[in-house]
Structures are given as C-alpha cells and as structure tokens.
Design a protein around this ligand. Structure first.
Ligand code: ADP
Length: 186
C-alpha cells in the first residue's frame, strides 16, 4: 500500500511544482498580504478574476472560516490554488478556533482529492497576520493531515508543508519528528 508522504521544506510556496497550492486567503477572496499577496502576484490576474466570479455567484458573502475552494493557479507552476480561510487566533475561544484551523486542512485535502490532485503544498495557515503561535499551528496542521492519511487524503502521494523562514521550518520539524513523520523523507 502506498502511504501519503508528509514532507517539509523551507521556502516559497509560489515556487512549488505540485498539483495544488493552498492559499491562506481571507474571507473576501479578493487578495491580501502574506502568502495570499505572494500567490496573486506570482500567479497573475487570472486567479483574482476567478475569485471575483465566485463572489458574484455562489460565494456572494465570501468564503467562511474553515472552508476551502479551488481556482486556477494562473501562472504558478501548479494546476490549482485551493483557497482556505484560517481563523484569527483568540485565546478566549481556543477550542472553536482550533477546530476551524483543523477544518482548513481537512477541507483543503477534500477539495484536492476531488480535483484529482496527487501532490498538495500547504503554508502554515493562520500563523502569520492571523496570529496563531507557530508551535501550536504546526501541531494542529501536522496532526490533522496525518489523521487524514487513513481517510480522504489516502489518494494523495504527497502533502508538502512549505515553511517561510527558519523559525517556521523548525517549529514544524519538531512536531514532525514527535509524530514520527520523519520516516517520510524522500
Ligand atoms: P494568515 O493570515 O492565515 O496568518 P499569512 O499569509 O499572514 O496568513 O501567514 C501564513 C504563513 O505563511 C506565515 O507563516 C507566513 O510567514 C507564511 N508565508 C508568507 N509568504 C509565504 C510564501 N510566499 N510561501 C510560503 N509561506 C509564506
């Protein structure tokens, strides 16, 4: 049986040659800073055009937190961008927000499988402007994806986390080792 590999790289998600790249979008779907800004800049105007069409149709109110949808990847070296909206970190509502963050990963994987993707790259959703502490963001991300391997994500060959900067990479690497995922190294 082939197992979905969970891999880590330090780098820029816009340069990944994968089938689907996940964007930490905001609910407007109309672009923002951080990884969202980088994806739209590199991917070109086609992505935003498709997002605008979605806003004019089924997604009149935008995309809710914890959900995911796909568009073209424009000029990126990927076929699709899967947009998901992470929660803003709030200690007072931790359980609810953590569940929403886990949902971002589950829903993005579900969309990826629906598209027929084999390889998917994720950023550290919510760990930038949305303020989620890195260690905990890594824990939720890796545990959720590891759990999905025996379910919906079974169809995928690789789920790659693309971490921007050494601090993010090391936070993910620690948790990745704790979970015994380092056996996944290619
Ligand atoms: P959020 O609003 O969900 O917090 P951000 O884009 O602000 O989203 O940050 C999410 C994570 O993505 C952060 O760890 C940030 O450092 C990282 N990031 C920013 N640009 C890139 C990029 N080009 N590739 C991969 N990760 C990126």
């Amino acid at each position: 049986m082939t197992v979905t590999r969970i891999t880590l790289v330090e780098g820029d998600i816009t340069e990944q040659q994968v089938d689907a790249v996940v964007n930490a979008a905001n609910s407007s779907l109309l672009g923002g800073g951080g990884v969202d800004g980088a994806i739209h800049r590199k991917g070109g105007p086609q992505i935003l055009e498709e997002c605008r069409r979605l806003r004019a149709g089924h997604y009149g109110k935008g995309l809710s937190t914890g959900h995911a949808l796909a568009t073209t990847a424009g000029r990126l070296p990927a076929r699709w961008v899967i947009h998901t909206v992470g929660p803003v970190h709030r200690a007072e509502e931790y359980d609810k927000k953590a569940e929403q963050l886990a949902s971002c990963y589950r829903e993005s994987l579900r969309v990826a499988v629906e598209l027929g993707a084999r390889t998917v790259a994720f950023p550290a959703v919510s760990a930038g402007v949305y303020g989620w502490p890195l260690e905990d963001a890594a824990r939720i991300a890796l545990r959720t994806v590891a759990a999905a391997r025996s379910g919906p994500a079974r169809e995928l060959a690789e789920v790659r986390f693309v971490l921007f900067g050494t601090e993010a990479y090391l936070a993910f690497e620690r948790e990745w080792r704790v979970l015994g995922l380092d056996g996944d190294r290619p």
